[in-house]
Design a protein around this ligand. Structure first.
Ligand code: NAD
Length: 362
């Protein structure tokens, strides 16, 4: 059956990097028999300009009807003066909430060709390939009560609530174990169970869910130690599972191990594996419209889409290897350029990936 991908280019470099990804998708359709159809929609500032809202009803419907969503990026200085409710980022939050995308997958993979881009020593990060799974719709970012008040001593105070129900923990744990099964079958759950009751429950539920996955080796680590281990010896991890707050921080730390924001994709999944896929970077208004942005994170987001929502490992691997081939050929966009390589534009990088892909066919 033909699967449908909703494509939401968004703002800034969004349309440029998404265009290159569509070229890759077209090559997969014509050269590899990939059976997908696409439909484009508006989100973020582009949607606000066209319709007066960053998250039009039509976009929610398109996303709901599609089997998966590919997003560029949203935001930019043009829309910063707008009310919070009309800001481009509301479009993203609306999609996450509207589709219940509670599982955020953030791979951190260092390509051997880009070893010099990391600020860490080569032997610490070479061949780094880890996956952080972050709970995205619960925890302290959403817990109530929350707010600011004046306390009994007439001083200002702020407060938030860290809360997770057993079912919220269990559903993200299942995703963690299932992803671990597709990788090295090792899952490290990150918590602060020695101090926070909520994460004590987190650990308890993860252990219970783990009984259904006896083939996956489960370990636990306190978040402070995990932060330290990520920069000391990141290759000890395969899949890390963690809550919303810890995941927010650890996934950015892991991303920087690879040294290049333009190379990393991400996925946000619902309970059926339907997902939204996007690069981890933003709309990069400083370079938008100049044909210099790195499209690789978005092309890799398509590979993740095929692997995790369409269960098509073979095509995902074709894309990843085509990117490796383009890098091997010396192609580098400005953000990953180093001496001795060839500086290429956004479109040239897209073309190099497409020709590497088609070369794999013949
Ligand atoms: P950013 O990620 O857009 O840019 C940070 C730096 O990285 C910039 O110098 C940019 O030029 C560079 N960069 C980012 N992606 C690149 C790529 N593919 N190739 C080459 N260089 C790249 O973060 P920011 O500047 O803090 O935010 C800009 C806008 O993006 C803001 O409006 C912010 O709200 C929004 N934003 C959106 C998302 C999203 O859509 N998911 C995420 C983060 C930020």
């Amino acid at each position: 059956m033909t699967k449908k991908i909703a494509i939401l280019p968004g703002d800034g470099i969004g349309p440029e990097i998404v265009n290159e990804t569509i070229k890759v998708l077209d090559a997969l359709r014509s050269g590899f028999g990939l059976n997908v159809e696409t439909e484009q929609g508006l989100i973020g500032g582009a949607a606000y300009d066209a319709t007066g809202t960053p998250f039009p009803e039509a976009t929610l419907k398109l996303a709901q009807d599609a089997d998966a969503i590919l997003l560029g990026a949203v935001g930019g200085p043009k829309w910063e003066p707008l009310d919070y409710a009309l800001r481009p980022e509301r479009g993203l939050l609306g999609l996450r909430a509207g589709l219940e995308l509670f599982a955020n997958l953030r791979p951190a993979l260092l390509y051997p060709q880009l070893l010099d881009a990391s600020t860490l020593k080569a032997d610490v990060v070479s061949n780094l390939d880890l996956m952080i799974i972050r709970e995205l719709t619960g925890g302290i970012y959403f817990g109530k009560p929350r707010g600011r008040r004046i306390n009994d001593s007439n001083k200002r105070e702020g407060y938030n609530t860290l809360v997770y129900s057993e079912s919220e923990i269990s559903r993200i744990a299942h995703i963690g174990f299932q992803i671990a099964r597709k990788r090295q079958k090792r899952l490290c759950s990150i918590d602060k169970a020695n101090v926070l009751e909520c994460t004590e429950l987190w650990r308890e539920v993860v252990i219970e869910v783990g009984k259904e996955y006896p083939d996956v080796a489960l370990s636990h680590m306190y978040v402070d130690n995990a932060a330290m281990q990520l920069v000391r010896n990141p290759k000890q991890f395969d899949v890390m599972l963690t809550d919303n707050l810890f995941g927010d921080i650890l996934s950015d730390c892991a991303a920087m191990l690879t040294g290049s924001i333009g190379m990393l994709p991400s996925a946000s999944l619902d309970k059926n594996g339907k997902g939204m896929y996007e690069p981890i970077h933003g709309s990069a208004p400083d370079i938008a419209g100049r044909n210099v942005a790195n499209p690789i994170a978005t092309v890799l987001s398509l590979a993740m889409l095929l692997r995790y929502s369409f269960d098509d490992d073979a095509t995902a691997t074709h894309i990843e290897q085509a990117i490796q081939a383009a890098l091997d050929a010396g192609c580098r966009t400005a953000d990953i350029y180093s001496e001795g390589t060839r500086k290429v534009s956004t479109t040239e990088m897209g073309d190099a990936i497409v020709s590497a892909l088609l070369a794999r066919k013949s």
